[in-house]
Design a protein around this ligand. Structure first.
Ligand SMILES: NC(=O)c1ccc[n+]([C@@H]2O[C@H](COP(=O)([O-])OP(=O)(O)OC[C@H]3O[C@@H](n4cnc5c(N)ncnc54)[C@H](OP(=O)(O)O)[C@@H]3O)[C@@H](O)[C@H]2O)c1
Length: 257
């Protein structure tokens, strides 16, 4: 089943999703961005999609409209977009409930949330991305399943309540882990040391955690309850009160869990 699809938004997700959908045989009809130059940046990577800076899609041939704007703009853009009859409007957010699209002019609404971290310009294999889908309408759900399966083997039907829990878990697993690496980079840089030294440790930590479970994989002064080292590290970080507090809170949580 091939679809005609319009993408609303020209950020990280649009940059990845639009060409992947074309490669899967779908047709991208339009790409919307409020700044036309940003829409052009995406359409340049596509066969025949038209860049658009207005939200009147009444003449569009698309059947599925993918809203990939930042979370806080989803209600505003969903309300403002003028859609053709009998189309499906989905958003790609992990955090925003389905019913927010209920005020739009779409006949059918749904969720098409790719559970991965996307950054414009950083290539990735979309076939490894889990897609979390949702719709109250069974035919829409069936179409979203087809759409998801045309990109990836991993398509899950997930209700908004569970999607929120998954999103919170994803923030810990991905965003916070990444931020910890950023803090490590900064500590090394501040001391004039080469971050390369830490890379094998980071790779082994993630790989081991996924292999044997994070609880079994934990090492370090907190799990050993080595209070002397914990105190030393805390003192080392006294140049940054917030960092010292993060260190204390996470160490305590490791001890407690
Ligand atoms: N990036 C990820 O890793 C990821 C993963 C899964 C799901 N998502 C979800 O996918 C959606 C898009 O994320 P993203 O990372 O692609 O965001 P992004 O890179 O920040 O791009 C956001 C897009 O929204 C547009 N936008 C912002 N405010 C707008 C407004 N008031 N009216 C119209 N357009 C507006 C931006 O236009 P301007 O450039 O003009 O501001 C830009 O095109 C979000 O719901 C996000 O939660 C993201």
């Amino acid at each position: 089943m091939k679809f005609k699809i319009a993408i609303l938004g020209a950020g990280n997700v649009a940059w990845h999703l639009a060409p992947a959908l074309e490669n899967a045989g779908h047709e991208i009809t339009e790409v919307y961005a409020r700044d036309i130059e940003k829409a052009v940046k995406i359409t340049e990577r596509l066969y025949s999609a038209v860049p658009k800076a207005d939200l009147d899609f009444s003449e569009s041939e698309a059947e599925i409209f993918i809203l990939a704007v930042k979370d806080s703009a989803i209600p505003e853009v969903a309300d403002a977009v003028i859609l053709p009859e009998e189309c499906i409007l989905v958003h790609t957010s992990g955090a925003i409930p389905l019913d927010i699209l209920g005020y739009s002019s779409a006949t059918y609404i749904g969720i098409f949330y790719p559970l991965q971290s996307f950054t414009m310009g950083k290539k990735m294999d979309i076939s490894d991305v889990p897609f979390l889908i949702e719709s109250e309408d069974q035919d829409t759900l069936r179409k979203l399943k087809k759409l998801g399966n045309s990109l990836s083997q991993m398509v899950y039907v997930v209700r908004s309540k569970d999607r929120k829990a998954i999103h919170v878990a994803a923030v810990f697993a991905s965003n916070f882990s990444n931020h910890m690496i950023r803090i490590a980079e900064e500590i090394m840089r501040r001391q004039g040391l080469d971050f390369e030294m830490l890379k094998p440790l980071i790779i082994e930590t993630i790989s081991k955690s996924l292999q044997i479970g994070a609880k079994n994989a934990q090492t370090g002064p907190a799990i050993r309850e080595d209070y002397e080292t914990l105190e030393e590290h805390h003192r080392f970080l006294n140049y940054n009160e917030q960092l010292a507090e993060i260190y204390r809170l996470i160490s305590q949580d490791i001890i407690d869990s």
